[in-house]
Design a protein around this ligand. Structure first.
Ligand code: SR1
Ligand code: MG
Length: 398
C-alpha cells in the first residue's frame, strides 16, 4: 500500500481512497468520477469526491499553515483535534453534525459526510434567505453537547480523561489572541474603514466593556465546562430548507471551555447578518435576525433541562444548581457574542456579510455591530435575558 505523507491534490485523492476504502464512506473508490477542492475557509484543503452512482464523501486535510496566509505556520494536528470533537459530538447529537466516516492520523485527513445538498448558512443569509429554523436547532445542539460533556453529563474520571484528550493548545491560542486581545490593541491583523475610526476608539475607551472582555477571556482560558465546537459562526453551519436540516461542521477549534462561547458565536453572526440586512433596507429581516438569539438560547435551555433528570450526581446537583448554571451560560452567551462580533469588524478574519457591502453602507453596518456588541457586553450585567438584550439591540436600529 502506498502511504501518502504529502498534501492531497485533486489528482491524488482517488488513489488515496482506493488504498483506504474504510475512509470512502458511501463512495465506491473504484468508480470515482469527480474530485473537487472546495475549501473556502481560512485553514484547510477540502475535497468533495463523487462516484458513478452519485454517492459522495468529503475528505478534509490540514495544511501546515493558515490557508489564507501561508507565512503563518499552524499545527497539522488540528485535524486530529477535529476528529476528537466531531467523534464526541456525533455520538451525542448525530442529527446536528455531519456523519464522521473516519480519521487518517498519518495524513491528517478526515473523512466526513458529503452535505452538498445543503448550503452554508452565511451565504444563504447574505442572499436574503434566512433559514430561521437554524437558530433553535443550534441551541438544541449546544444544549445536547453542553450537557452531555459537562460535569452533569459525564462522571468525573471519565470526564477528566476526555478533557485531556480534547486539549487544543495551538488553536485555542488563536482564539485567545484573535477574539479577545488583538481587537483591543494595535496589531497588524486589525483593520477597519476610516469612517469607523471613532467607533473603534469609543469601543476601546469603554472601560466597563473591555473589562468584561478580559474576564470573558479569563473564563475561556480557565473553564472546562463542556466540549465546545469552538468556531460556531454561520460559515460553520450547513442548512437545507427541505426537512429543515441543520449541521454544524468544522469543529477544529473545539476544546473544553465555557458553554456560552458557542451560543455567543451564533449570536454574534446573527447580529452581523442583521446589520447587513438593515443597511440594505431589509428592516423586517434585520428585526427577525436580531430576535433569533432568543430562540437559540431558549432551545439550548429546553434541551439542557430535558437532560437534567439524567444528571450524574443529583445528591448535590439540585435544581438551584441548574438555575445558576443556566443563568451563567445566558450571561456568557451575551459577552462571547459581543467578543465574536467585535473581532469580525476590527480584527483578523472579516466576514462576507460586511465586506461585500459598498463602502458607505459597510461603515454603517460595522458601527451597528460595534454598538450592539457593547450593549450585549455590559447590559447583560443588569439583565442577561436574551429578550431584554434583543430589545436593546433592536432599539439601536433606530
Ligand atoms: C487563523 S484562523 C482565523 C479564524 O478562522 C477561523 O474560522 C477562526 O474563527 C479563526 O479565528
Ligand atoms: Mg472554520
Amino acid at each position: 500500500m502506498t502511504l501518502l505523507t504529502d498534501q492531497l491534490t485533486v489528482a491524488t485523492v482517488p488513489a488515496y481512497l482506493v488504498a483506504r476504502p474504510h475512509l470512502a464512506g458511501p463512495v465506491d473508490p473504484a468508480s470515482i468520477v469527480s474530485v473537487e477542492e472546495v475549501g473556502d475557509g481560512n485553514l484547510n484543503l477540502v475535497f468533495i469526491v463523487k462516484d458513478a452512482a452519485g454517492s459522495g464523501v468529503v475528505v478534509k486535510q490540514s495544511l501546515p499553515h493558515v490557508r489564507v496566509d501561508p507565512s503563518w505556520p499552524l499545527t497539522r494536528e488540528r485535524a486530529a483535534r477535529e476528529a476528537v470533537v466531531l467523534g464526541v459530538h456525533e455520538r451525542i447529537d448525530p442529527v446536528h453534525v455531519p456523519a464522521f466516516h473516519g480519521f487518517d492520523a498519518e495524513n491528517l485527513a478526515l473523512s466526513i459526510e458529503d452535505l452538498s445538498d445543503h448550503a452554508v448558512w452565511r451565504g444563504e443569509l447574505n442572499a436574503g434567505r434566512l433559514h430561521t429554523y437554524a437558530a433553535a436547532q443550534l441551541g438544541e445542539y449546544v444544549g445536547a453537547v453542553g450537557f452531555a460533556t459537562s460535569a452533569f453529563g459525564t462522571p468525573g474520571p471519565e470526564r477528566r480523561r476526555a478533557i485531556a484528550a480534547a486539549t487544543n493548545p495551538e488553536l485555542s491560542e488563536i482564539t485567545e489572541d484573535l477574539v479577545f486581545t488583538e481587537p483591543y490593541v494595535d496589531h497588524e491583523h486589525n483593520g477597519w474603514l476610516a469612517a469607523n475610526d471613532d467607533d473603534v476608539r469609543e469601543l476601546r475607551a469603554d472601560r466597563a466593556f473591555v473589562r468584561e472582555i478580559g474576564l470573558a477571556k479569563q473564563r475561556f482560558q480557565e473553564s472546562t465546562q463542556s466540549l465546545l465546537h469552538g468556531d460556531l459562526h454561520t460559515g460553520s453551519v450547513f442548512v437545507r430548507a427541505e426537512g429543515e436540516s441543520v449541521r454544524a461542521f468544522d469543529s477544529e477549534f473545539g476544546t473544553y471551555g465555557p458553554t456560552g462561547f458557542d451560543l455567543g458565536a451564533v449570536w454574534a453572526n446573527l447580529v452581523i447578518a442583521a446589520a447587513r440586512a438593515h443597511v440594505l433596507g431589509r428592516s423586517a429581516d434585520a428585526a427577525t435576525l436580531l430576535a433569533l438569539p432568543v430562540e437559540l438560547v431558549d432551545a439550548f435551555e429546553t434541551e439542557f433541562r430535558r437532560r437534567w433528570p439524567d444528571r450524574v450526581d443529583p445528591r448535590v446537583y439540585g435544581d438551584e444548581v441548574l438555575e445558576h448554571t443556566l443563568a451563567v451560560v445566558r450571561s456568557d452567551a451575551a459577552i462571547y457574542g459581543a467578543a465574536k462580533a467585535v473581532r469580525r469588524i476590527v480584527g483578523f478574519s472579516k466576514v462576507a456579510d460586511i465586506q461585500t457591502l459598498p463602502e458607505p453602507e459597510r461603515a454603517v453596518a460595522a458601527r451597528f455591530v460595534l454598538r450592539a456588541a457593547r450593549t450585549l457586553g455590559t447590559a447583560r450585567l443588569d439583565d442577561a435575558d436574551p429578550r431584554a438584550l434583543t430589545a436593546q439591540t433592536v432599539a439601536l436600529l433606530g
